[in-house]
Design a protein around this ligand. Structure first.
Ligand code: ADP
Ligand code: GN1
Ligand code: MG
Length: 365
């Protein structure tokens, strides 16, 4: 899609002339662009995002969440002697101080972030140390926000990790079978239905108060952490659209789902998709060391299960989206959502076999 980036960028408090603005990154939800501006003889980069307003109906409230969280973190990072422009996601405000613009002529809702320099977001774990760093990053992020008043946050996507509700949505997509695709994926459908009992465990623990509800990121994939390009150390956690109240088992589980697999999330060759217990251990070590004593027994007891549950939820969402006609997750080729759900189910089978080992590892740290 071509947008009038000159006009878009012109609304924001950035100096200089727009040199270029090109598609960037691998996100499934928003459209991300890298902009380069010429400012006083030097080039400055920015991240321009077109916000997915089909999904985020209340953009104003979404952006208010991001403003609150990033301002809070920037202050905390400055207080501890860090560089807020690099260690926190940072909004560039418009000339009138707003966090985003809405312009139908420009093509929708846009926001700009400061570009986090000399840092990389990895799509797969290339070195265990990177995965360790992402664990420390998410743990540190949770610590930074431990004193943040969660009641200020608007629940952007209610029931985001409510697996009972997700299962119900899956059943609806299956029943509707709008494109007659169910017959192509019978095995996968069966896989989901057989595991229905997974859905209520954490939902019930949260509801009863046996597990604490905390400020969580809710999309803790490796590619939502920026690591230093030279040292590999973590720099910042990004992609804050889904910051909401939730369980740390969700955040932990989603990291494991994405990072403990050496193959891509949409790898068609399942022989390349395997759950790595070694990487699981690496993540547990980093995450629990960063979180310290704030982890409760109920959380610890369910971390390994959270990994299975988040993988199940994601696979079920990919499969439902295939049945719905690929409406939610951006796809670049036919059956990409089927490949995505199959990788998730392969990982679940592996994790189910190694479940006791996984729990033992959590116990040890
Ligand atoms: P999505 O919600 O679609 O996943 P993200 O906010 O995660 O979008 O951005 C997609 C990609 O863009 C990231 O994986 C990362 O590579 C890059 N990116 C996003 N924000 C920044 C930033 N502030 N600085 C540098 N790179 C960024
Ligand atoms: C989406 O935006 P992105 O690519 O970081 C999705 C996550 C899924 C993930 C699967 C708002 O994340 O929930 O786990 O794809 N985000 C939303 O890769 O639905
Ligand atoms: Mg992302």
């Amino acid at each position: 899609m071509d947008y009038n980036f000159g006009k878009i960028v012109g609304n924001f408090a950035v100096e200089g002339k727009l040199l270029r603005c090109e598609r960037y990154g691998e996100g499934h939800i928003n459209e991300t662009y890298l902009a380069e501006m010429a400012e006083n003889g030097k080039t400055t980069r920015y991240i321009v995002q077109r916000i997915n307003s089909d999904l985020f109906k209340e953009v104003d409230k979404l952006m208010n969440n991001i403003r609150l969280v990033t301002e809070f973190n920037r202050k905390k990072i400055a207080e501890r002697g860090g560089d807020p422009d690099r260690e926190s996601l940072s909004l560039v405000y418009t000339k009138s101080g707003a966090a985003y613009i809405r312009d139908e002529e420009c093509g929708g809702y846009f926001r700009i972030y400061k570009y986090i320099t000399d840092a990389v977001a990895y799509q797969v774990v290339e070195k265990p140390e990177h995965f360790y760093q992402s664990a420390v990053a998410f743990g540190d992020f949770a610590n930074l926000l431990a004193q943040f008043d969660a009641t200020q946050l608007y629940e952007v996507l209610p029931d985001f990790h409510n697996t009972v509700k997700r299962f119900g949505d899956f059943e609806k997509s299956l029943k509707a079978d709008k494109f007659g695709r169910a017959k192509e994926v019978e095995k996968e459908i069966d896989f989901v239905l057989k595991r229905k009992e997974y859905c209520s465990r954490i939902v019930d623990l949260l509801k009863s108060g046996k597990m604490p509800t905390k400020v969580t990121h809710n999309d803790t994939k490796l590619n939502n952490v920026m690591l230093d390009a030279k040292t590999g150390k973590y720099v910042a956690v990004i992609d804050l659209d889904t910051i909401m109240p939730g369980s740390i088992c969700y955040d932990f589980g989603d990291s494991i789902r994405f990072g403990c697999n050496p193959a891509a999330e949409d790898e068609p060759d399942l022989s390349k998709v395997n759950f790595s217990v070694d990487l699981f251990e690496v993540y547990v070590k980093g995450y629990l060391s960063a979180l310290g004593k704030s982890v409760t027994p109920a959380e610890k007891e369910n971390l390994a299960f959270g990994a299975i549950l988040m993988t199940y939820e994601c696979g079920m969402r990919f499969l439902a989206d295939y049945l719905d006609g690929d409406m939610y997750f951006r796809t670049r080729r036919a059956k990409q959502n089927v490949d995505r759900c199959r990788t998730q189910f392969k990982l679940i089978e592996d994790m189910e076999k190694r479940y006791d080992t996984m729990r033992g590892i959590v116990e040890r740290y």
